[in-house]
Design a protein around this ligand. Structure first.
Ligand SMILES: Nc1ncnc2c1ncn2[C@@H]1O[C@H](COP(=O)(O)OP(=O)(O)O)[C@@H](O)[C@H]1O
Ligand SMILES: [Mg+2]
Length: 444
């Protein structure tokens, strides 16, 4: 026992010392609002750069999840190379031209580029001339946008989304991907409880997609029969649209539905990335909140699901294997989503009797991420909920875990921020009222 504790502490300090994940979030981030309203469509972009910095920035932008559906090719040589290249090659949807110096890009060159461009191709220019007359000339020639160098990946993505973004008749639905740092840590339980809570709080539609095709427990947890669900949704994605998706959902209350896992072991499930991408695309365009209940596995489809989600929620139990895995997952996902906030972390099953555990604050230090919640181990509550096919709040309305689920749902949907902002606005108006009244009372 002492040996185990000692080893754990030893290993933990090594993990902390080895931590190399950068804490600082990216200096510039695309606002949550922009991310929720914009989706850059499946377009091809070809950039002709003059400097290595701009070429690197464009390549960096291409790795952002908002650009996941676009194909970006970066070449050197500026506008001259573009004109030469497109003499014999079809033009893509968007051509980006960089010009190194203010007087290097002349309008005659742009006219020559226009001659070799197919109709429908748009052109964006990155330049160094801070000159409104030049800008107007570019716009008159049909250039879609002009960016003054130096640029950042975020400014470029914002500009491309302005030129080419699908605003998709308003708002896109949010997707939340839940994955455990290990199997059995309660990731699915938390995903289901959060989905249920959001559906109640927001009174808007929530779908739980059980992506653990052979072993998913969502239908058990919600006490539902297994429907055609996911298996049929991904069988032929060319047929998949909002109407079919709606038919495949199993209703679970007014606002909550389930896309259930087939759990049929006669079949084997080798999921392809494109099938799930198509599913998420349809879900996002018609459902306000999609909860992806991910199995604990690391495959190309699971990685790309995580990378593409609006929020990633990693659930971990407070032991060493969870710590190592959570740290690795957070590190990789931070790198894969450089312009997004880091994943969210939930510590679950905290305080299991007689189990040596890593303290939440040590865990947070090692993974360089504060958990958004620490949920206590409660065998009675979760055992009862699982065996009755109920959510924790249906078993008992009060308790630490139930309170955490409320708070997590508030944080994930931005309800807490809105409430805080409203409270602040009220405070300010009270203050404002007092300061306004003061002179009057002083004068009396
Ligand atoms: N905080 C908790 N306390 C006690 N048991 C829990 C807790 N969270 C989850 N469980 C139980 O742990 C088991 C595994 O949960 P599950 O959600 O299936 O994990 P995962 O999806 O991470 O594999 C379930 O029996 C569940 O009821
Ligand atoms: Mg699970």
């Amino acid at each position: 026992m002492t040996g185990l504790t000692f080893n754990m502490a030893d290993n933990l300090s090594r993990q902390i010392a080895e931590t190399d994940v950068r804490l600082a979030s990216s200096p510039e981030a695309i606002s949550a609002h922009a991310r929720e309203t914009v989706r850059i469509p499946r377009i091809v972009i070809e950039a002709f750069c003059d400097t290595a910095e701009i070429a690197a920035t464009i390549e960096n932008s291409a790795r952002d999840r908002l650009m996941a559906r676009t194909r970006v090719m970066v070449r050197m040589g500026g506008i001259a190379a573009a004109i030469a290249h497109f003499q014999n090659a079809p033009t893509p949807n968007l051509v980006i031209i960089e010009s190194r110096s203010a007087d290097d890009l002349n309008l005659a060159d742009l006219d020559r580029l226009a001659e070799v461009c197919d109709p429908g191709t748009r052109v964006m220019v990155i330049g160094r001339a801070n000159d409104i007359v030049f800008y107007r000339d570019l716009m008159k020639r049909g250039v879609s946008d002009y960016l003054l160098a130096p640029i950042t990946p975020v400014s470029l993505i914002t500009s491309i989304s302005g030129v080419y973004g699908e605003t998709n008749s308003g708002k896109l639905g949010h997707t939340y991907a839940f994955m455990g740092a290990k199997g059995g840590v309660g990731s699915s339980t938390i995903a289901h409880n959060i989905a249920w809570t959001i559906a109640r709080q927001q009174q808007s539609d929530v779908v739980v997609a059980d992506l653990d095709l052979p072993f998913g427990t969502a239908s058990l947890d919600f006490n539902l029969d297994t429907g055609p669900g996911l298996a049929e949704a991904i069988q032929d994605t060319s047929r998949l649209d909002e109407v079919l998706l709606d038919r495949l959902l199993t209703k679970c209350g007014d606002h909550l539905s389930l896309l259930s896992a087939p759990t049929d072991l006669e079949k084997s499930y080798d999921l392809g990335q494109s099938e799930l991408e198509a599913l998420i695309e349809v879900a996002q365009s018609s459902i306000p909140f999609t909860i992806l209940d991910m199995p604990h596995m690391w495959t190309s489809w699971s990685k790309s699901m995580l990378t593409a989600a609006d929020e990633i929620i990693i659930t971990a139990a407070p032991d060493l294997a969870n710590l190592r895995n959570a740290k690795n997952m957070i590190g990789v996902l931070r790198q894969a989503r450089p312009h997004d906030p880091p994943p969210k972390l939930i510590l679950n099953q905290v305080g299991m009797p007689k189990r040596p555990e890593i303290k939440p604050k040590d865990f947070a230090k090692a993974v360089q991420l504060e958990p958004m919640a620490c949920i206590p181990f409660d065998a009675h509550l979760f055992g009862t909920a699982a065996s009755k096919g109920q959510m924790a709040a249906e078993v008992s309305s009060k308790g630490a875990a139930q309170k955490s689920f409320q708070e997590i749902a508030d944080l994930l949907t931005g309800r807490k921020d809105t409430k805080n902002a409203r409270r602040k606005a009220l405070d300010l108006s009270a203050l404002f009222g007092r300061t306004k009244r003061k002179p009057a009372s002083a004068g009396q």
